[in-house]
Design a protein around this ligand. Structure first.
Ligand code: NOJ
Length: 760
């Protein structure tokens, strides 16, 4: 039976491979023929990607786009969507150009297109790669119905510095989890078959090390050893390449003193030669031009550097179309380099089916049926619920009892604008459900509960005029209340006094995270903290529901408040999800994917650090520590509570030795020892006790999500093979070294529940 199945599978695989290679042969033939008709200028035109229309991330440099399209000087455009707009430009490209080559339409579809899902950092807190893949597929479905072909996502930059505003766009600090999420996104967007009209080209970004910007300041320099790169920062990019990502975006930072966009080691030796990447490389926004500021050459030189490094497509700067013709003539860039780049872009268009149907089946009817339909809105709520992380919950303050008098206080209770977060480019915040309107819907039939809900704004989101102005200049839309801060505070305190419990809904305005939104301090804005202190003084239990785009320092909040729920910016259905979780109709199960520090001075702080020669010891002066704070974080990576409790048995190993090529299992019995159904993310970490190079104190190597009824127990088993123990050694060889390993299984990265085995 098994044998027949195997034979059938083998036959199936061979047929699929044969199909693929015949498709590739057809593509080669088509692209060869097309390129044989193209002039050098037309080939260079394919490498040009201007932005069309308004864009908040930078100036518009592309000038007379229309004429350039007609002249075959543009390969694709971004920042435009809707069937009508896309059709108009595409028609121009395919009817009014010499060779009728269709355009690529790209866009920053980062956590949803029109239907907005939680920000990527929130999505990563679900640890649910199946859900993330489903979301990516739904996003592709919606975005393609709106005319798009290509998303500038996923951002897979490892980030250990929460001052960096763009941590909100990634999956946090861990290379293993980051790699799993990167793969899920690529699979969801591309479905392994771009000829399907509802798939999007994915774009891994920002290659590479963008998350390591010094001091957490966006666009800043990075500098790191190859060992750290290979072991800690590169795995998610590599995993996404292996999952078949079709494009990759260069980063703004330098690597080894050479800007990533002009770094041949990065874009050719590593990406193409070592990893076998077959897609195309697009630069980040004006990144070629910015190499002049980096100080590596003039216009012609930086264009030459980028082309020779392996950048295929120039986003916005126009240096390729302006400089490459002369550079080729002067022999500084080979024509074959241009051919290779052009071919890769044409191949992407071919795979998308654009040469058969340049409109990819877009119609107003399809858009109406797919955009923000019921299924997508339901998925947005599901994702929001699963992304919430219960950071603290003393005396079961949560969930709330609807028969009590509850005061909802804070500038985010009725807010819609902030719920969809940053990089929700085509999202419409007016469609977002605020907490207050969700409560009204939820309790529409329960008049007595509704009447018991009190509200006060409490404070402005921001009282710092200079900061508010800065945020408003970039679309912040923050309007200070006409009442004075004192009046707002007094009203909130009076409201809290009338209640049995207070829910404060506070956080960062959305513009305080994302691109170009680094902070030196990552606490709640001052007037919000003052409000919390005043609410605490009423003596009522205080729950803090947070909306923000990065780990915050919540030390005072943790020490004084009764419960803290992290909800990130949870998207279109944020309010509905929050209402369900606050009242216990859904049980939080998210776990943080970035360490929450106690103090900004602990940054960079991450769980998989090295032991050092003088590990922390509070009783010994000459150990690695601070005088004024402990080393440990406020909340460790992987932390997250539930309304129920989970208990873990000791770790059982199937064997105490693992031989090369073999496997062992590590198991625990997980018990839901509380009184509600709940989900737990069971995490497996290893520690390589002795290595030829120093090894981290813990490394995530597996996780599973288990849903358990009250009283239910389940055995959770992980398999470990030599592959899980490998790392890049001093010679950058991927290897596992014999010796003793610890394996930990628990509910967060601080777990000490461990067993020992030896690799022979
Ligand atoms: C700059 C950002 O760094 C990148 O992530 C984004 O995709 C591009 N702008 C295009 O908007």
């Amino acid at each position: 039976m098994k044998k027949t199945l195997l034979l059938l599978c083998a036959a199936g695989c061979m047929a699929a491979c044969a199909n693929r290679s015949s498709r590739e042969a057809e593509m080669d033939k088509f692209v060869n023929r097309l390129m044989s008709q193209m002039t050098l200028e037309e080939k260079i035109g394919q490498l040009h990607l201007p932005t069309v229309g308004f864009d908040v991330t930078g100036p518009r440099m592309s000038g007379a786009v229309e004429q350039k399209i007609k002249d075959g000087q543009i390969g694709g455009v971004f920042n435009i969507y809707t069937p009508a707009a896309v059709r108009k430009l595409q028609e121009m490209a395919v009817t009014q150009t010499r060779l009728h080559i269709p355009l690529l339409f790209g866009y920053d579809v980062i956590h949803g297109h029109r239907t907005i899902y939680p920000i990527p950092l929130g999505l990563s807190a679900t640890w649910d790669t199946e859900l993330i893949q489903r979301i990516a597929a739904a996003v592709a479905d919606e975005a393609t119905a709106d005319g798009l072909h290509w998303t500038f996502s996923p951002m897979v930059d490892i980030a250990r510095d929460p001052r960096w505003g763009r941590v909100s766009e990634g999956a946090g600090e861990d290379p293993y989890l980051g790699a799993e999420i990167a793969k899920a996104c690529v699979r969801g967007y591309e479905q392994g078959d771009l000829s399907k009209q509802n798939t999007l080209l994915s774009c891994i970004k920002h290659f590479a090390l963008y998350g390591a910007a010094e001091a957490g300041r966006d666009y800043n320099t990075t500098d790191m050893s190859r060992l750290r790169m290979y072991n800690e920062y590169l795995p998610p990019y590599k995993a996404a390449v292996e999952a078949g990502a079709s494009s990759i975006m260069t980063s703004f930072n330098e690597i080894d003193g050479v800007p990533a966009t002009g770094n041949r080691w990065l874009l050719t030796d590593l990406l193409r030669r070592q990893w076998g990447f077959k897609g195309f490389v697009v630069t980040d926004y004006t990144a070629i031009a910015e190499m002049e500021n980096h100080g590596v050459g003039d216009r012609a030189r930086v264009a030459e550097l980028a082309a020779n490094a392996g950048a295929d497509m120039d986003m916005v700067s126009e240096y390729f179309i302006d400089e490459l013709p002369a550079l080729v003539k002067a022999g500084r860039v080979k024509e074959t380099t241009i051919n290779d780049a052009c071919r890769r872009i044409l191949e992407a268009k071919y795979k998308l089916g654009l040469f058969d149907d340049p409109y990819r089946g877009i119609t107003e009817e399809r858009a109406a049926a797919q955009i923000m339909n019921a299924g997508k809105l339901a998925l947005s709520k599901e994702a929001a619920v699963k992304s919430f992380v219960l950071l603290k919950n003393d005396r079961q303050t949560l969930p709330l009892d609807a028969s009590k008098k509850i005061a909802f206080i804070g500038p985010l209770v009725k807010d819609q604008r902030n719920l969809i977060g940053n990089w929700s480019a085509a999202g419409d915040w007016q469609q977002a459900v605020s907490l207050w309107s969700a409560l009204e819907n939820k309790f529409a039939k329960n008049q007595s509960a509704k009447n018991a809900f009190l509200y006060a704004k409490g404070c402005n989101l921001i009282d710092d005029d200079a900061l508010r102005d800065k945020l408003n200049r970039n679309g912040g839309e923050i309007t200070p209340d006409s009442r004075s801060p004192q009046q707002l505070l007094a009203e909130a305190v009076q409201t809290a006094r009338r209640a049995d419990v207070v829910v404060a809904v506070l956080g960062e305005p959305f513009g305080m995270s994302g691109e170009a939104a680094s902070r030196t301090d990552i606490c709640l804005p001052a007037q919000q903290l003052a409000l919390l202190k005043a609410l605490k003084e009423t003596g009522k239990p205080v729950v803090l529901a947070l909306m923000n785009g990065r780990p915050l320092t919540l030390t005072w909040e943790h020490d004084h408040l009764d419960a803290i729920l992290e909800t990130w910016y949870a998207g279109t259905r944020a309010g509905d999800a929050l209402a369900d979780v606050l009242f216990g109709d859904a049980n939080p199960s998210g776990k943080i994917t970035m360490t929450f520090p106690r103090h900004v001075g602990q940054i960079p702080i991450y769980y998989n650090h090295k032991n050092t020669g003088r590990p922390f010891n509070d009783n010994e002066k000459y150990t690695s520590k601070y005088l004024d704070a402990s080393n440990d974080p406020l909340y460790p990576f992987g932390h997250g509570l539930s309304y129920t409790q989970f208990t873990y048995s000791a770790v059982q190993l199937s064997d105490s030795t693992l031989t090369d090529g073999g496997s062992i299992t590590a198991s625990v019995t997980l018990t839901n020892s509380g009184s509600r159904a709940g989900e737990e993310v069971v995490q497996l970490y290893i520690r390589d006790k002795v290595g030829s190079i120093t090894r981290p104190v813990k490394e995530l190597k597996g996780f599973q999500k288990a849903a358990l009824q009250p009283g239910e127990s389940r055995e959770i088993t992980f398999m470990l093979t030599t592959e899980d123990l490998k790392f890049y050694n001093a010679n950058l060889h991927w290897t596992a070294e014999p010796g003793e390993f610890w394996v930990f299984v628990g509910g967060d990265s601080a777990t000490e529940n461990k067993a020992t085995f030896t690799l022979k």
